[in-house]
Design a protein around this ligand. Sequence first.
Ligand SMILES: C[S@@+](CC[C@H](N)C(=O)[O-])C[C@H]1O[C@@H](n2cnc3c(N)ncnc32)[C@H](O)[C@@H]1O
Length: 269
Amino acid sequence: MDEFMKKNLDRWNETSAIHAKSDEYDLESFMKGRNSLHEIELNELTDVKGKTLLHLQCQFGMDTLSWARMGASRVVGIDFSNVAIDLANSINEELKLPAEFICSNIYDLPDVLEEEFDIVFTSYGVLVWLPDLDKWAKIVARYVKKGGTFFIAEFHPFMWIFDDENKSELVYRYPYFQGKEPLHFTSEYTYTDQDETIKNVETYEWQHTFGDIITALINEGLTIKSVKEYPYTLFPQFPFVEEVEKGIWKFRDDKYNVPMIYSIKATKE
Ligand SMILES: C[S@@+](CC[C@H](N)C(=O)[O-])C[C@H]1O[C@@H](n2cnc3c(N)ncnc32)[C@H](O)[C@@H]1O
């Protein structure tokens, strides 16, 4: 693992524990039966009953386990954070769903996981951590069974170009066409919590263009079935968005009508 990824791993190990205690993730209501999945994926992956599902970058597995609660016959969640995977395992010790959690860098997954799946799923805040999109698409395609489906719902790369500290308007700050070098960020806080300060302040993130994401999947032989874009997001990405319903954030007064999330559904034929 290179230095960039090691820094990101330290950060995720520290923040996963904070997220698990946060109101945003609301683990307490999840344990009582709440489904943590969002309308976007629920509307697109309607038929999981009896299917096997691989969840890439699952953090502590609430979404993974939600698919199992909805009837998936076996779910496997993978993440490189050992803290997140330990949490996922302890959650499932109580819930006893047909799930397995594996601690692995996504790029090393073929060393530890053999089988193929009916569905490969990944969502919200995953691709910025990955330096090599072509290698990622290879992993995705490797795990989709013939006749199976890949689904991603993710924050739109268009939105990462704007200054998230400007208090009143969208102002260009970061390149859309970033190239291979990561952007270096430092922050003492994680997205769920402005009270608890973090020791591992550094992250390295990669901007991947919408075109690159779609092309990487096509190059691995997947057939794109749908590409959708949505004018809202799931967190207060800018100071001037408002929560229009629980967990759904839009620009105040619809000031900007822009794509904030996208989803892609693809199959292996
Ligand atoms: C924002 S979370 C996404 C998960 C899900 N949307 C959630 O909120 O729980 C990103 C996850 O990617 C994981 N991750 C980052 N880089 C990774 C890598 N190279 N291999 C595997 N997991 C990675 C992190 O540990 C983290 O759990």
